[in-house]
Design a protein around this ligand. Structure first.
Ligand SMILES: Cc1ncc(COP(=O)(O)O)c(C=O)c1O
Length: 486
């Protein structure tokens, strides 16, 4: 689909046409590879405006039902997402899963979620992307704080949470984000979550209305797509270049309905690594203000930048920006902690805190008290300071091996010197999913880059996480991977 593809689900005629074509694809009367009539012809035939047909086609392309081939027209896609989902029994096709599992009776949402599931059954070892070095977690110090708190636990810490999490932790998070990420906030705006997935779920439930759309980076973190799959919000992929998420030209913006949400990783685009340029940041903020969209800034790993100045958050760039900032302790502490945070604009903060308790019956206050003290005592900042040079060295070793064996072009050109993973590019014809599966058989965990795309025009490559691999293990693991590549 074109870079400006936007869905219009709010206009009844588009909606009707979209639903009609989608239904025909799902029930098989429009078979895969069928050539669709040109938009102009269909508009004349049905007595509709050309725009109506264009909106319907673009939504179907965004959802993967149709594909456009330059110069030859629009076709029914071979991989229409619900073609197999509508069967009463579906099969999990992820090769990483333990065999195929039939799942009868799931709702269409449940089926969509399972069909797109991407969480790996193994989460530790070379080169698992996105996992920090858990062997270096200062567990003795953490356990000392936890043990002290457990000797005299506050009864409230053992009860349900309400109001957005433990005040001491919200204070500590606000203080950290003001200093480390230039986020403009105080503790009243902070909400402690169980991580970024939950934060996105809450945002969409609280601010989204069925039929609205969200812009999602293309490629993007698969977890966002999973959460959006089970909402009634349509996803519109926005291509990414060396300056981060691209924006449509002004004419296209005016012709199409505004997205309700814009999900973006401005400080370190996931997974390709670009930094959203200042010019784009300003344009994005202006666009969101004008169109009434919410920007959701996913700042998942920005504590780990190895050269140059830290990239300040988008949220802090302008006062009263329409930005919901979300972050996680998964990379700085450990993913199993299941703890993250949101920073909300003041007018909606209290409503979100109440909704969080109503929806998820939040808790883990004892753990929150431990993390709060860990932060207040300076252990959190010290741990990040210790891990930063360690990850920088591991990154340099892996990047050096890739350059030595595959040449400088094998590293993705958008990558910045930051984060916990690298992207190794593969030539277009290579089946990166097959390479990843082969590597896995040899005990090496990598993720195929093509899995991060929604549209058929994918780049091939592998995501290699280096943070969890001790220095001395990087070269042996890399050589095993090389054998799988050849
Ligand atoms: C871009 C991005 N956002 C969010 C997450 C997950 O965050 P959490 O562990 O808090 O759910 C990840 C994990 O790798 C990620 O890469």
């Amino acid at each position: 689909m074109g870079p400006d593809g936007v869905a219009s689900l709010s206009r009844p005629l588009n909606r009707a046409l979209y639903a009609c074509i989608r239904g025909a694809i799902q029930e098989g009367s429009l078979a895969p590879a069928t050539r669709m009539p040109p938009q102009r012809d269909l508009a004349v035939e049905l007595g509709l405006s050309r725009n109506t047909v264009m909106f319907a086609y673009e939504q179907l392309m965004a959802e993967g039902y149709l594909t456009a081939r330059t110069g030859s027209g629009t076709f029914v896609a071979d991989t229409a997402p619900e073609r197999f989902l509508n069967a009463s029994v579906i099969v999990a096709t992820d090769p990483q899963r333990q065999g195929a599992v039939p799942m009868p009776g799931l709702s269409p949402r449940g089926q969509r979620l399972i069909a797109n599931a991407s969480a790996s059954s193994t989460q530790w070892g070379a080169f698992m992307p996105g996992v920090p070095d858990l062997a270096r977690f200062p567990h003795r110090r953490y356990a000392q704080i936890a043990a002290k708190l457990w000797r005299q636990p506050h009864p409230e810490w053992l009860s349900y949470s309400h109001g957005g999490g433990l005040p001491a932790l919200r204070e500590a998070v606000a203080a950290h984000l003001r200093v480390a990420r230039s986020v403009q906030c105080d503790a009243s705006q902070v909400l402690i979550t169980e991580g970024i997935h939950q934060a996105i779920d809450l945002v969409v439930r609280m601010l989204g209305t069925p039929g609205e759309t969200a812009w999602v980076e293309e490629p993007a973190y698969w977890g966002i797509r999973g959460v959006l799959e089970v909402s009634d919000i349509g996803m519109v992929p926005r291509p990414v270049d060396a300056e981060g998420m691209t924006l449509p030209d002004t004419g296209a913006v005016l012709r199409r309905p505004a997205p309700r949400f814009i999900f973006v990783t401005p400080s370190h685009q996931y997974p390709l690594g670009a930094v959203l340029s200042l010019k784009r940041r300003r344009e994005l903020l202006e666009f969101a203000r004008r169109q009434g969209s919410w920007i959701v800034e996913d700042d998942y790993d920005s504590e780990f930048r190895f050269s140059g100045q830290p990239i300040p958050s988008l949220q802090g760039l302008e006062p009263d920006a329409p930005v919901i900032y979300i972050g996680t302790f998964s990379k700085t502490l450990y993913p199993g902690l299941r703890m993250g945070y949101m920073v909300l604009p003041k007018p909606i903060a209290a409503a979100f805190q109440t909704a969080h308790a109503e929806l998820y019956r939040a808790g883990h206050l004892m753990t929150q008290a431990t993390v709060a003290e860990f932060m207040q005592a300076g252990d959190y900042a010290a741990h990040i300071r210790r891990m930063r040079p360690l990850y920088a060295r591991r990154r340099a070793i892996l990047a050096g091996l890739i350059e030595q064996y595959l040449g400088p072009d094998a590293l993705h050109e958008h990558a910045s010197n930051a984060g916990l993973h690298l992207v190794l590019r593969l030539p277009d014809g290579v089946d990166d999913a097959a390479v990843a599966a082969r590597a896995r058989e040899q005990g090496i965990m990598v993720r195929p880059l093509s899995r991060y795309y929604m549209t058929p025009s994918v780049q091939r490559g592998l995501l290699l996480g280096y943070a969890c691999v001790p220095e001395e293990s990087i070269a042996p693991a890399f050589h095993t991977l090389m054998r799988c590549l050849h």
